[in-house]
Design a protein around this ligand. Structure first.
Ligand code: 6PG
Length: 243
């Protein structure tokens, strides 16, 4: 898939990457809020964005108009929000508990339904109420990528990759916890901007594939992220790409 709006930003290490990303995210929030009064931000899980989240909660805490920001999640592990593996818990500990954001603006993916399908449907209703049904969806989606090319909880060769209408689906994935909920390409690719944050040697092979024109999104799901009317920025460190 060729995407003319693709930009690659390279950094020596994760600290440098996180500092630059935090500065740009905070500037983007300020400029969009100045124009339209609000900003929708989708957070990713994993460990790579923790530095960015901490910087947003410290260095950039005072300069971001948090009261105008709505926070969503790209995926969630189907565990209680108090479980150490919860993406929501990670986001609270690194960012949300440390900024003046109204709790009504924070939309975690629910994990307390008796099955993930009902939870996915409930989150789809939350999204439908909060974002436009047509045109661009979110102002900014943050994503990571696993060493085998998954992103959010869109894993290689799983049915969620071919979901064309639902925005949120349950996904049974190879790593534990197996049960997860993920946003789909149908809504992620309507974002105004997607930033992938990629660090470390274990991402090198998948990154090379995903950035090549030939890659298949069934094998490398990160390749399926291509905003139709937005920009795609890959933030990578020298562990993930050099030379
Ligand atoms: C999750 C994710 C997932 C993550 C990648 C990269 O819940 O696990 O949202 O898609 O972003 O697995 O994770 P790391 O940043 O830990 O490498």
């Amino acid at each position: 898939m060729h995407n003319l709006n693709l930009e690659l930003k390279r950094f020596a290490d994760l600290d440098e990457l996180s500092n630059a990303a935090a500065k740009e995210v905070s500037e983007l929030i300020r400029s969009v809020v100045a124009k339209k009064g609000k900003f929708s931000l989708v957070l990713s899980g994993g460990s790579t964005p923790k530095g960015l989240y901490r910087l947003l909660a410290t260095t950039h805490r005072e300069s971001v108009p948090w009261g105008s920001v709505s926070v969503f999640f790209g995926d969630e592990r189907y565990v209680p929000h108090t479980d150490a593996r919860s993406n929501y818990l990670m986001a609270r500990e690194t960012l949300l508990d440390h900024i003046p954001i109204p709790s009504a603006n924070v939309h975690p993916i629910p994990t307390d339904f008796s099955n993930p399908s009902d939870a996915a449907a409930a989150y789809e209703s939350v999204l439908s109420a909060e974002i436009p049904g047509e045109g661009n969806s979110f102002d900014l989606v943050l994503l990571g990528m696993g060493g085998e090319g998954h992103t959010a909880s869109l894993f290689p060769f799983t049915p969620s990759l071919d979901e064309k209408s639902k925005w949120v689906v349950p996904s049974d994935v190879p790593p534990v916890p197996h049960k997860r909920i993920t946003l789909t390409y149908a809504v992620l690719n309507r974002s105004s901007a997607v930033y992938f944050l990629i660090s470390g040697h274990d991402k090198r092979e998948a990154l090379k594939e995903v950035l090549s024109d030939a890659a298949d999104y069934h094998k490398y799901p990160a390749k399926g992220i291509a905003p139709v009317n937005g920009k795609l920025v890959w933030w990578v460190d020298s562990g993930a790409m050099n030379g």
